[in-house]
Design a protein around this ligand. Sequence first.
Ligand code: CO
Length: 172
Amino acid sequence: MDFYTLNKEEEIRVLRTISQPVKNIDGQLIEFADAMVEAMLGKGIGLAAPQVGRNERFFVVRLSEEEDPLYFFNPQIIGTSEKLSSYEEGCLSIPETWAKIKRPAVVQVQAFNRRGRPFTIEAEGLLATVIQHEYDHLQGKLFIDYLPERKREKLTSHFGHDLYPDLTREGK
Ligand code: CO
């Protein structure tokens, strides 16, 4: 399972596309999500479907190997705190890039789990940040979008591609 990155123009398009809701949480999809958990082991703590080439609304999170992975199918953020917290973020799709990003410190999320059952959680700390970071992926959004323009321009020249294509104009 390869990670889509900003190094390739056609992969940027997938990463920048708004993903579609999952229709069925069936055996095939669960197998795929399990493989995503496997693929990020030792590399990252969250992975969203567009990062492995599927524009579908789901992601997996595993803060450490001691913890069970969490599965979020068709997630919805139903509440965020006014209080912010900041973490140094990185992304498997954005090699060698890290930045401190401010996000709501607490987030409430509704989603379907690995068994296809609805659940709601309130997350704080690192988990809140990871959930928001992964949710952004489903919206075609990346953590570098929060950076000031000067830094974004630097990244664009570093990767050598337009990192901010406007796909909405093409009716995607
Ligand atoms: Co990411």
